[in-house]
Design a protein around this ligand. Structure first.
Ligand code: NOJ
Length: 559
């Protein structure tokens, strides 16, 4: 792999930024963010160093699940703008060096989608087979629902025909039936449409549920004996249409199944997968000040083909799920970061953002983001993380972390000039409100979290080892320290993070290095010599962190 190849497989070293147009920037003063507002903020995102925007659903919606219940796969929600406004954003983002991907939510439609309206009207509807029906009363499926606060079955009786339809999420989100070739064609066609408008791929929602065919009858299931074949088809379709488009999948499953969704050794299914397991164990490590759980999760990752990548994150728009931890582990994370039941949701997750969970301690917050960006993979940020936004626990469920972006210390945090009561969602108030946490103030402050995030992003982009390289844990004696290196071609990058409050002196031995090598600090000034056996001793403050590039006398790499 050459440095020039990193542009073909751009997503291996991308910095992804997830945002919801409706809560990002309101330009027409109606209280709802819009594409025009986003266009105004593209320079900010480019300056931050983002290289790929992930837009949460912007399609027409019945708005039961914040846009994840779509009524038209080809439309743009009129509150956000028009197709023209979207294209302007994509074009301008491209000019600023950023690609745009969007949520592809095709496990289900809204129950207000014309397909479902037709399907539920009669068993003879041409769209009946687009969904999954059963005529006999369903068994108890209360343990299978995704949103246990609202649902107790994955089957809903449709009065009109007296049959039940499958819905993995809310009852207003009937599942599509991918065993029907017409459904698969419709999905690909919708993808082709958005790719034609300039998108560089999709964040694929709920992929395991999309592929699941267990609710269908045998004859139906026979039409798609291997549901993964559908993913392979979609990957090759996106490849054919764009050359470099990406499928970033939501697959929160144990490692062996994740490997399968990558396409195994062939790597020909999802391009990238969110690393839900490392995320969960990272929180356990932070809670216990013990690097062990994270180290284990990272080393247990299945090896993926060069055509695949892990997407790393510490926060997304949903509950911070801890579902893969044992009960005791989850309780430890709850106790550390969300002890009050109001901070928890669905019995498995937290509805807080990172800074309040870390008691606003700037050392820990920076250490956590330094760790995130130093992990092997492609980092994904959720809007507002770069300035350290907090949550609003008065909002329902997952909405706690989906509050408007805080641009200034002014009215409505600069998000909108509409009267407060008309805002799509209230702006956070209190200690994490815009008076204390906003972009405008942090932009001009070299010591702000925003400035620190810019530095991290710049360094991440300068270290293709992180996106491409071989990951290796480095032996050292402290349980609360994670030391690792990533090597790629002739480059090696070493990162050391102290998850504990006590200062540590960390002895390291780097294979293949001697006194002709040095460790150059990448996040601060300074460098450390290595002994003729490749040894060095690194000092870390409590919650300290260092990124170091291994250089040799003849290295032509810029530091
Ligand atoms: C996963 C999305 O991240 C979540 O926000 C949504 O509610 C469900 N899928 C259903 O689309």
């Amino acid at each position: 792999m050459k440095i020039t190849d990193t542009s073909d497989v751009w997503w291996k070293t991308a910095v992804v930024y997830c945002l919801d147009v409706e809560t990002f920037m309101d330009w027409n003063d109606d209280g709802c963010g819009d594409f025009e507002g986003l266009a105004q903020r593209l320079d900010y995102l480019a300056e931050l160093g983002v290289t790929c925007l992930w837009l949460m659903p912007f399609y027409p919606t019945a708005d039961v699940d914040d846009g994840y219940d779509i009524t038209d796969f080809y439309g743009v929600d009129p509150r956000l703008g028009t197709h023209g406004d979207l294209v302007e954003v994509v074009r301008t983002a491209n000019d600023r060096g950023m690609r745009v991907i969007a949520d592809l939510v095709v496990n289900h439609t809204s129950n207000k989608h014309p397909w479902f309206r037709s399907a539920e009207s009669s068993i003879d509807s041409p769209y009946r087979d687009f969904y999954v029906w059963r005529s006999d009363p369903p068994p108890d499926t209360s343990s299978e629902v995704v949103f246990p606060d609202k649902e107790n079955s994955i089957w809903q009786l449709s009065e009109k025909t007296g049959e039940w339809y499958l819905h993995r999420f809310y009852r207003q989100q009937p599942d599509l039936n991918v065993t029907d070739p017409k459904v698969r064609d419709e999905i690909a066609k919708a993808m082709g449409f958005w790719l034609e408008l300039g998108l560089s791929g999709f964040r694929m929602d709920a992929v395991p549920f999309l592929l699941e065919t267990s609710g269908t009858d045998r004859a139906e299931a026979r039409r798609l004996p291997d549901p993964h074949e559908f993913l392979r088809q979609l990957r090759s379709f996106v490849g054919r249409r764009t050359g470099s488009g990406v499928l970033l999948g939501e697959v929160n499953l144990p490692h062996p199944q994740q490997a399968q969704f990558f396409g195994g050794e062939n790597g020909n299914e999802l391009t990238m997968l969110f690393d839900f397991l490392s995320m969960q164990y990272l929180y356990l490590s932070l809670a216990r000040a013990d690097a062990g759980p994270l180290a284990q999760a990272l080393t247990a990752r299945p090896k993926v083909s060069p055509d695949n990548q892990w997407a790393t994150f510490v926060r997304n728009h949903d509950e911070l799920t801890l579902d893969k931890l044992s009960d005791a582990e989850r309780e430890a994370v709850f106790a550390a970061f969300g002890p009050d039941p109001s901070m928890q949701v669905y019995g498995r997750g937290l509805r807080r953002r990172l800074p309040p969970m870390l008691d606003g301690d700037p050392r820990r917050i920076r250490m956590a983001y330094s760790l995130l960006f130093s992990l092997p993979g492609t980092p994904v940020l959720f809007y507002g993380e770069e300035i350290g936004m907090g949550e609003d626990l008065d909002l329902e469920g997952r909405m706690a972390v989906r509050t408007p972006m805080q641009w200034t210390s002014g009215v409505n945090g600069g998000f909108s000039r509409a009267p407060k009561r008309r805002l799509r969602r209230p702006v956070v108030s209190g200690g994490y409100g815009p008076e204390h946490v906003n972009v405008a103030d942090q932009r001009t402050d070299p010591d702000s979290l925003l400035s620190f995030m810019k530095l991290l992003i710049r360094r991440y982009r300068e270290c293709p080892e992180l996106g491409w390289g071989e990951f290796e844990l480095l032996d050292q004696p402290h349980a609360d320290v994670l030391a690792h290196q990533c090597r790629w071609e002739d480059g090696t990058m070493v990162a050391v993070h102290n998850l504990g409050a006590e200062p540590r002196s960390v002895p390291l031995t780097l294979d293949g290095c001697d006194s002709t090598h040095r460790l150059e600090d990448l996040l601060q000034d300074g460098s450390t010599p290595l002994s003729d056996k490749g040894k060095a001793e690194l000092r870390l403050e409590g919650y300290g962190y260092r990124w170091l590039r291994v250089t040799s006398a003849d290295s032509r790499r810029l530091v």
